[in-house]
Design a protein around this ligand. Structure first.
Ligand SMILES: [Zn+2]
Length: 486
């Protein structure tokens, strides 16, 4: 679906008059949530007023003059907060043009606002990211407006709402590569029969930087105790704009004071060879030996975790606990998915692949580790079915074997080759040679198991050998990244 959206853009953008008009850079805003963001107010005379300064990305990813209904989620889409928000953002600004990116879906619960999640025929989160990225070819994303909560407004769902909302903000900022992106949420109407959500939403700014919440006080419904009427939706839009301006001013102020300080100059050259360090199977040596060594060198890495099937209960001590995996995450390392139980995915049914992948995601959620976006195929075995499932679940990278360098033009991102590092002469010398011969612009992915590996001695790397490799990388001044940053 995401791919379709993107290819659709390439077909359409060159032929669209507005797209050509907007090369000058739009201020972009992503609009997400459920029906009150999409707008359900009656379209009226005021809805006919348009301005060339406010554009919207239509259903087919074309820029057109914005007009209610901005959204297209349902035939009932009408007046929402979007246009009055844009008008307020433009007050006092002469040469600014706004691009609205409508992506809300009526009735959507927060659980479908996550990577890979489906809502009827759509993938709200994935499509929002894809459309935002399309829009970002014509401007700069300045913020996100979120209005959602009616579908989670009961005692049970509201209890987990804050953690889901925090994850959503983190995922959006990660996937859009904008860690400080302003995020403004709105209270649901005070006219709703129950009120579980608003007090939870209001705790967001205490928990997450650069977020704000706008009040729904005094706003009225259109008679259904659920949706704002048109004047109220417009007032809500103005409140979003006030909150957004304040957040933007705060961030600009902070960035100014940051640039006053001397900048740490990186010696990194843009085209230097890249090494991706990955460690498989959640072995205890990763926690005891590898992480401290990597920290010493200041190198990032990806740990591909699973619950390795045990041959006897004593083997349990040879693997990390989820608590230890969580500590690796807190130290800044990436946690990747290696299936729940180290299963050869080519031997599983699609349902079972899905379950095995979901298992690690659920464990990560339980331990406050971000949902993995990198995957390593157990035994390096993969097929198009497993690739399709990973793509659907929002994975950006998947690693296999093959003992060759990664070629970003010919290798699919869901089948990235790697070299396995083992302290036996043949393997070790091969890896060292590949590393030593690395040229500018080239990328090598290394796969390690235990350092050392007591359970699978055939895959063991000694601490001395790991040190030697890390030192070689350091001496050569290669760039070292986790898989998610490839
Ligand atoms: Zn493995």
């Amino acid at each position: 679906m995401v791919f379709k959206l993107i290819s659709c853009l390439f077909l359409s953008i060159g032929f669209n008059a507005y797209a050509q008009k907007t090369v000058k850079e739009l201020d972009l805003y992503l609009l997400i949530g459920q029906s009150n963001m999409a707008g359900r107010g009656a379209v009226d005379a005021q809805s006919q007023e348009t301005s060339e300064a406010i554009l919207m990305l239509d259903k087919n990813n074309n820029w057109v003059t914005a007009k209610d209904p901005v959204h297209f989620d349902r035939a009932s889409a009408g007046v929402g907060p979007a246009i009055s928000f844009a008008k307020s953002m433009l007050e006092g600004k002469k040469n600014t043009q706004i691009g609205l990116i409508p992506c809300a879906w009526g009735g959507s619960p927060i659980k479908v606002w996550s990577p890979g999640a489906k809502y009827f025929e759509n993938f709200p989160y994935d499509e929002a990211i894809a459309r935002a990225k399309i829009a970002m070819q014509s401007g700069v994303l300045k913020g996100i407006l979120w209005h959602q909560g009616e579908s989670d407004n009961d005692s049970k769902k509201s209890a987990v709402y804050l953690s889901k909302l925090k994850t959503l903000v983190a995922n959006l900022r990660r996937d859009l590569n904008m860690p400080d992106l302003p995020f403004v949420a709105g209270e649901i109407g005070c006219f709703n029969k129950a009120d579980y959500i608003n007090k939870i939403v209001n705790t967001l700014p205490d928990e997450v930087e650069n977020t704000a919440v706008v009040s729904s006080e005094g706003l009225v419904d259109k008679g259904d105790q659920l949706h704002f009427d048109s004047p109220s939706a417009r007032e809500l839009g103005k409140r979003y704009a006030e909150a957004m301006k304040k957040l933007q001013a705060k961030i600009t102020g902070e960035n100014k004071s940051k640039t006053d300080k001397p900048k740490k100059v990186s010696s990194a050259k843009s085209n230097q060879p890249t090494v991706v360090l990955t460690f498989d199977d959640a072995e205890i040596s990763h926690y005891n030996n590898v992480a401290p060594l990597l920290k010493k060198y200041g190198f990032d890495a990806t740990f591909f975790v699973c619950e390795f099937p045990l041959k006897n209960p004593n083997q349990k001590n040879e693997y990390m606990t989820w608590g230890q995996i969580q500590e690796l995450h807190k130290k800044g390392f990436e946690i990747g998915n290696h299936t729940g139980h180290h299963k050869n995915v080519t031997k599983l049914s699609p349902e079972d692949i899905d379950k095995e992948v979901a298992y690690v995601e659920e464990k990560c959620a339980e331990f406050n580790i971000p949902k993995p976006i990198s995957f390593a195929y157990p035994g390096n075995r993969y097929d198009s079915i497993s690739q399709g499932i990973l793509k659907k679940r929002g994975y950006k990278y998947a690693r296999t074997g093959g003992s060759k360098l990664y070629n970003s033009v010919t290798d699919p991102v869901l089948a990235i080759p790697s070299y396995t590092v083992i302290s036996s002469d043949k393997y070790y010398e091969r890896v060292k040679k590949a590393l030593t011969d690395l040229l500018p612009g080239e990328t090598i992915v290394l796969t390690f198991h235990g350092v050392p590996d007591l359970i699978h001695p055939d895959y063991s790397t000694t601490i001395e050998n790991l040190k030697e490799i890390l030192q070689l990388i350091k001496d050569k001044k290669y760039k070292v990244v986790a898989m998610k940053d490839m």
